[in-house]
Design a protein around this ligand. Structure first.
Ligand SMILES: Cc1ncc(C[n+]2csc(CCOP(=O)(O)OP(=O)(O)O)c2C)c(N)n1
Length: 347
C-alpha cells in the first residue's frame, strides 16, 4: 500500500489502530521492564527472550482471537500472553520467580501457562508447543465449542519435524488449528537462509492443505487482516498457517549482544518498527501528539508498577517446591529433603 492509501486505511480503522498501538506499546514497555528486572538481579534464571520488534505478530493475531480460544507459545512469548489479556503484575512476578506469579514462580519466563486465559503453556523446546494445539483443536471440534487453537513459534521451528506431523493431522481432520510462525530472521546465531533453502515458509503449509499466507509485520493492521482471514478459516474448518515477517531487535537472550550481525543489518532491521509505524499512522490521521504521549505515560506507570510488585512479592516457600508441578489429582510428592533423610537413614 502507498502512503496515501495507508493514511486513508488507518483513518478508516483508526479505533482499531489505536487499540493495537496501545497493546503493542504495552508489550514493548513490559519487555523493557523485564530487562530492567534482570539488571536489578530480580529475574529468576538468566534466560530472558524479549519480543521487541515482534509486537505486531502478538497483537495482530490476538485481535483475530476470541475468548475461549487456546494457544501455546515458544520461549519468546511474553508479548503474546499480554496481548491475550495477561495481568502484567502476575507475569512479571512469574519471571521473577515469585509466589504471586501465574505459576507461583515455578514456571518462569519460558513456562508460563494459565488455562483461564487459554494459555496452554509456553515451551522452551523449539517446536515443543506445536502439537498441543492439534489436541486442543480436536477437543474443540468434538465438543463443538467454536474455539480455535493457535501455536505461536519462531522460524527455528520450521525445521522441526513435529510441525509437519501437526499440520498434516490438522489438515487431515479439518481441525480449527492455526500455526503462526514469527519469522524474526534469526534462530540464535543462525540466519533463516543459513537454516533452509525453502525460505517461502507458507508454501510448505499449503502443501499440506492449509490456508497459508505470509504478511509483513511492519503494519499491524495488515497483520490483523491476514490473521482474521486465517483464524476465521480455521474456525470454519480449514486449518491455517501465517508467517509474520519481522526482525529481532536485540540478542537472542538478554545477555546476547549478537556479534554475528552487522551494525548495518541491525539498523535496517530496527527501522522496521511496528510500534513507531503505528504511532506515525495515528499522527498522520490527525491524532495529537499529546494524546499519544499521555497513553505512553499511562503505560509506563502501569509497567513500572510491575517491578515494584515483583520486588515486594515473596518467593515460594521451600516446602511448596513440588506443589503445582504435577497434575492436580496426583498426590504431592514428599519434599526432597524428607526422602533424602530416609535414604541416608537406611545406609
Ligand atoms: C529442540 C531444541 N533445539 C535447540 C534448542 C536451543 N534453542 C533455543 S532457542 C533456539 C532458537 C530458536 O529460534 P526461533 O525458533 O527462530 O525463535 P526465536 O528465538 O528467533 O524467537 C534454539 C536453537 C531448543 N531449545 N530446543
Amino acid at each position: 500500500m502507498n502512503r496515501e492509501a495507508r493514511v486513508a486505511h488507518s483513518r478508516k480503522s483508526n479505533s482499531d489502530l489505536l487499540a493495537h498501538y496501545t497493546q503493542m506499546q504495552r508489550v514493548r514497555t513490559f519487555e523493557d521492564r523485564v530487562g530492567e528486572l534482570y539488571l536489578r538481579g530480580g529475574s529468576a534464571g538468566s534466560m530472558l527472550h524479549l519480543s521487541i520488534g515482534e509486537e505486531s505478530a502478538a497483537v495482530g493475531v490476538s485481535a483475530a482471537m476470541r475468548a475461549g480460544d487456546t494457544f501455546t507459545t515458544h520461549h519468546r512469548g511474553h508479548g503474546i500472553f499480554l496481548a491475550r489479556g495477561a495481568d502484567p503484575n502476575r507475569m512479571m512476578a512469574e519471571i521473577g520467580g515469585k509466589e504471586t506469579g501465574y505459576c507461583r514462580g515455578k514456571g518462569g519466563s519460558m513456562h508460563i501457562a494459565d488455562m483461564s486465559l487459554g494459555h496452554l503453556g509456553a515451551n522452551a523446546i523449539v517446536g515443543g508447543g506445536i502439537p498441543a494445539v492439534v489436541g486442543a483443536a480436536m477437543v474443540a471440534k468434538r465438543r463443538k465449542t467454536g474455539a480455535v487453537s493457535i501455536a505461536f513459534f519462531g522460524d527455528g521451528a520450521m525445521q522441526q519435524g513435529i510441525l509437519y506431523e501437526s499440520m498434516n493431522m490438522a489438515a487431515l481432520w479439518d481441525l480449527p488449528a492455526v500455526f503462526v510462525c514469527i519469522n524474526n530472521q534469526w534462530g540464535m546465531g543462525t540466519r533463516i537462509d543459513q537454516a533452509t533453502k525453502a525460505t517461502r515458509l507458507h508454501e510448505r503449509a499449503k502443501v499440506f492443505g492449509l490456508n497459508a499466507e505470509t504478511v509483513d509485520g511492519l503494519d499491524v493492521l495488515d497483520v490483523a487482516e491476514a490473521a482474521a482471514r486465517i483464524v476465521d478459516g480455521a474456525r470454519t474448518g480449514t486449518p491455517g498457517f501465517l508467517a509474520v515477517d519481522c526482525y529481532r531487535f536485540f540478542g537472542h537472550g538478554r545477555k546476547d549482544k549478537s556479534p554475528y550481525r552487522s551494525p548495518e543489518e541491525e539498523a535496517e532491521g530496527r527501522a522496521k518498527d511496528p510500534v513507531l509505524y503505528a504511532r506515525q499512522m495515528l499522527r498522520d490521521s490527525g491524532m495529537p501528539l499529546t494524546e499519544l504521549d499521555a497513553i505512553d505515560a499511562e503505560i509506563s506507570a502501569e509497567m513500572d508498577a510491575t517491578i515494584d510488585f515483583t520486588m515486594q512479592s515473596a518467593e515460594p516457600a521451600n516446602d511448596t517446591m513440588f506443589r503445582d508441578v504435577f497434575a492436580p489429582d496426583q498426590p504431592e510428592p514428599e519434599p526432597v529433603r524428607t526422602r533424602l533423610d530416609r535414604v541416608l537413614a537406611r545406609e
